[in-house]
Design a protein around this ligand. Structure first.
Ligand code: DC
Length: 239
């Protein structure tokens, strides 16, 4: 069920982009935001920042209850995005004043982010922040539950999808390009399936397509085709 209207004044249109990992969502969203002059808000980075803090705390105090640590951190942490033109990526994530951008893309953080994001209290802690960020002006929010929970009133909603095989293929290419010890195709595929399972079966705000979102299957599309398709939809919906 979708949540009622927001109660925060929106200073510009909001575009919601949801979908599973490996659909090209992040890159497509970044490009679309640049073309349209919208601010790109990567909500997954917020869950990842919390996951990184949880892992750091668990290293210092092992044996603590994972969920309790995650809820404690999510309830207190100060998260923000800052643009730093000289860095790559320029859009940096700060947790309690520390730039954590370079730490939050490891496989360990990726798996932990999926676990912390299935804790309802963690999701609740991030809801207000995501809404405030999105209400500040022309925004594109990218995540799993933007069109269903965070911005049920978004001006345009997209759900990007692709076959598991295609997503695994893309992920493998990324890993090889990054020079990491690439796992096998089967391993990558089963990691993606495991993440999908956690993301789409959690009790609160599971990954699912909003009834009024535009589904784009990117399996057979180039990045440019995906961005062009979304841009056309946006231009037809937002005047
Ligand atoms: O998009 P990503 O892979 O960076 O997201 C990291 C994790 O956070 C992923 O497991 C899904 C979760 N997530 C979520 O539950 N809700 C969001 N709005 C964004 C991400």
């Amino acid at each position: 069920m979708e949540e009622p209207r927001l109660g925060i004044p929106k200073l510009g249109p909001v575009i919601a982009i949801d979908g599973p990992a490996g659909t090209g969502k992040s890159t497509a969203t970044r490009r679309l935001a640049d073309r349209l002059g919208f601010v790109h808000i990567d909500t997954g980075a917020l869950y990842r920042a919390i996951a990184w803090l949880v892992l750091e705390r668990m290293k210092v105090v092992p044996g603590n209850d994972f969920a309790a640590v995650a809820m404690d951190i999510a309830g207190q942490v100060h998260l923000e995005f800052r643009r730093q033109a000289t860095k790559n990526p320029a859009n940096r994530v700060f947790a309690n004043g520390q730039d954590v951008t370079d730490y939050i893309r490891t496989p360990e953080v990726t798996m932990t982010a999926s676990q912390v994001s299935s804790i309802p209290q963690v999701r609740a802690s991030l809801l207000g922040l995501q809404r405030r960020l999105g209400c500040q002006g022309k925004s594109i929010l990218e995540g799993r539950d933007i069109g269903t929970v965070v911005f049920p009133d978004a001006d345009v909603k997209f759900f990007l999808n692709a076959s598991v095989d295609e997503r695994a293929k893309r992920r493998l290419i990324e890993l090889e390009a990054a020079g990491s010890d690439a796992p096998s195709f089967e391993e990558v595929r089963s990691q993606i399936e495991a993440r999908d399972r956690i993301d789409s079966t959690r009790a609160v705000a599971p990954l699912k397509k909003a009834s009024d979102s535009i589904e784009v299957d990117t399996s057979q599309m180039t990045l440019d085709q995906v961005v062009d398709t979304m841009e056309k939809w946006v231009n037809s919906r937002i005047k």
